[in-house]
Design a protein around this ligand. Sequence first.
Ligand code: GDP
Ligand code: IMO
Ligand code: MG
Length: 427
Amino acid sequence: MKVDVILGLQWGDEGKGKIVDALTPQYDIIARFQGGPNAGHTIEFNNNKIVLHTIPSGILRENTLNIIGNGVVIDPVILMNELRQVLSFNPNAQGNLKISKRSHFILPIHRALDACYEQSKGNAKIGSTLKGIAPAYSDKYNRRGLRAGEIFQDDFEKKYHDLTNEHLKIINLYQFDIDAFEIDKLPFREYEKQWFQAIDSMKSLEYIDTEIFINEALKNGKKVLAEGAQGTLLDIDFGSYPFVTSSNTICAGVCTGLGVAPGKIGKVYGIFKAYCTRVGSGPFPTELFNDTGKKMQVIGNEYGATTGRQRRCGWLDMPALRYAVMINGVTDLIMTKADVLNSFEIIRVAESYNENTIQYLPYNINNTPIIPDYKDFPGWNSETENISNVSELPDNLVSYINFIEKNVNVPVSFLSLGPDRKQTYKL
Ligand code: GDP
Ligand code: IMO
Ligand code: MG
């Protein structure tokens, strides 16, 4: 057996949580391979709505195992809050969750550093979610991070304090007032206490060598789905650097973030919205600053699931999508939120940039003047809510999908026409 992958092809929030949840019944194991609580994966079912940040989106189904892989960074307070919420929907949730001993912790000081560095950047800030992601991954690569498997060791607290004290020296150099700094409305020192309480609660969870577990599971014929966080254009190597996150969000991240060999990758599902959104700073070639963008934002309810910030909106961007499909080796596309465009007269797509001279998102997009080459499509001007069969899809929507498929040479296998898990169609 091989590991199938679902990952975002844009700047995140493509609907990964919804789709992973919808496809979970076809899998035995769902595994997150990177990112941390910067992610916000929304799932809607039976009139319930839940946003997951760290736990994989298969956790709402009774019989599926969920794995937090070694590539993930964990904030214990956020994880335990999330688990409490999930337990109210699925009493088996705790038993169905396994955590890699090799996953790293986000310490309160990482959140302070995130805020401190963002503040010092002024207008050049990344627009981080302030969840401590970059400082936590920096410590991992600096070979001094704290790992989940270490919580049972006697020197865990000492390591925590040593690392925190190291960082406090930097914080002081920046003249950042740690005592005035609050995390989720709690003073820093209070949050530290909560953090240690959460670590204590985490001792009741299960820590394993997830890389061995997953490889054995594959040998035994189990079906595994890897769930990405963020999106390809936020990848640390291939995204719109420096306006990116600090992990490899792309398919290759599955190999390092779960311990799965490249040859063990199966289908790669790339998710994209029928248009584009972005939260935080950074380039966005097809961004709309007019009423059309506002309309997408309102109808699409485009507010960040983690930070509540407004998402910037714009047209679908083929140079970006083409690039993402190539980097990930996407075998199947999944288009979400097409219903948001139901009432648009004209739908535009950037086919290329700068009079057909640029076909792929350039590396220095931050300082390359870009004029998208738009192609216009007539809208479908109809509701899609009551569609029970794909044969009922409006013709203009089908033409829009066909154009995208031909353009990137990959089929669209699923279409999402609403936030509920039921509003998912196999094409
Ligand atoms: P993720 O981070 O990729 O899991 O996506 P988010 O949960 O951050 O954002 C996607 C948002 O769109 C959520 O509010 C979903 O409930 C919602 N959503 C997902 N798919 C669809 C869809 O096809 N149509 C509509 N209207 N909303 C959707
Ligand atoms: P999901 O998994 C959208 C963005 C932030 C910021 C940049 C760096 O829900 O799709 P970070 O906190 O990682 O240092 O922020 O990346 N960002 C996301 N945008 N969806 C996400 O996750 C994101 N995770 C990070 O807004 O611009
Ligand atoms: Mg999200």
